[in-house]
Write a protein that binds this ligand. Sequence first.
Ligand code: FES
Length: 575
Amino acid sequence: MSDNKDKLKQRRSQAWYGKQDKDGFIHRSWMKNQGYPNHAFDGRPIIGICNTWSELNPCNSGLRDLAEYVKRGVWEAGGVPVEFPVMSLGETQMKPTAMLFRNLLAMDVEESIRAYGIDGVVLLGGCDKTTPGQLMGAASVDLPTIVISSGPMLNGKFKGKDIGSGTDVWKFSEAVRAGEMKLVDFMDAEAGMSRSKGVCITMGTASTMASLVEAMGMSLPTNAALPAVDARRMTLAHMTGRRIVEMVDEDLKFSDVMTKESFINAILTNAAVGGSTNAVVHLLAIAGRVGVELGLDAFELGSEVPLLVNCMPSGKYLIEDFCYAGGMPAVLAEIESLLQPAKTVLGGDISAYHDGAECYNRDVIRPLTEPLKPAAGLRVLRGNLAPNGAIIKPSAATQALLEHEGEAYVFENIEDLKAKIDDPDLPVTKDTVLVLKGCGPKGYPGMPEVGNMPIPAKLVQQGVKDMVRVSDARMSGTAYGTVVLHVSPEAQAGGPLALVKTGDRVRLSASQGSLDVLVDETELAARRANWQADDPHYTRGYAKLYIDHVMGAEHGADLDFLVGKDTRLVTRESH
Ligand code: FES
């Protein structure tokens, strides 16, 4: 009994609601206008439900309902749920790019958690940047934290066939440009692609991050793939609510779960599921917050891991199929021998997440002995064109182009690309290396998903489907091609990418992990002496703060002053 009393005294929320003075009166009284009874403030865990629901973020549009199931679980376990909104980042809706605002969401999450009297947090996210943004913010406060994701939409349907978000959009759009698809069919495909609430149905960034969250033990098992509208996701939300209350009692914090071993498991899993290249910047940024030394080279750990999940864009199925085939428990069972022991939100080891798991469709989730591709992880590239690194996803590339040397054709920025890419006289061949500058974190700003630049129209008409493309941008997790991304330092920060000119020879070797421009150092130095950064696109507000403080892709493009955490309790009052 005395143990329990001590626990209540130490509970964070009691610094708000446990005081028998003017401050305690104010904190409790205003909350009571929502009908909370006295016993809600008697020391039981107050659980923040951090919700990214928004009608401007269709991928997260189911989260308002899902939060109600979390609340049921919290009440049932003896806690008090309090839902609060944070900024929502609708990947397909925001300009110039949702990634510009990932760090702003992270600040919103961090400061909301810190400022309010809560003991534990449930993160409700889904769309690409919402999961990492919420994790980054929560990491910097380090309370007991658990994730429940939106879940994927149902499979897309068009003319009797399954179609996948993103991946098929790029294909349809190229087909229209090549005159192989009628515009009316293109328009029809829109409605069939997005048939329910939920996130993209390919192994894009949303499902990648949900898969990695499960592999890191930050959600309950099966969270990654249950469709948004599947009743089992509502049950999972209920159980998530129950579990966070227990986590508060156990004082099982974010940093207890998100250890170096968990990040390594995420890197291995990202390879096995054919996950998004965006996982690199997000994992690096989260690691920076929680104080785990990761670094870009850690992603090489996944380079020899076989591709097991046969989902677009690396394979042919969709996330609903992945769920019915066994989802993440089946994948984790398959790569069991590679995984590091690591704690999860259940308090035990990650092995509990695949104990007894079975696979129900061996074409969707392949056995380790018969993978879809033998080595699926990302390759880290370095060289005189990317001294701080760049990445490529070989599983989504044309194998013959992974070792390639060709003449560069340079687009100075995105406007230059848009103006020229369909010019019938563009001096390019299938062997040209397309180079795009000005799309890094500072340059665009926000490091948009434009790295998979379109194939020039004149080459599309010749039947060219892929070329080597190099930029400081990211690409959508649903995209594919021989695309070198995240070149660092970026052009706008004065990286060597800024010095490349049309006609220079560029050499890519995925097997050697190298990316070079074949121009001698004296010439590069002369070009550097004449180089000037472009004027920044924003001179005020958050975007200016971002441009002034964003770090390179190899640091996850977090803001320099947000790295690390501050777990101190705020003691000053507003009244
Ligand atoms: Fe939101 Fe893909 S656009 S998950």
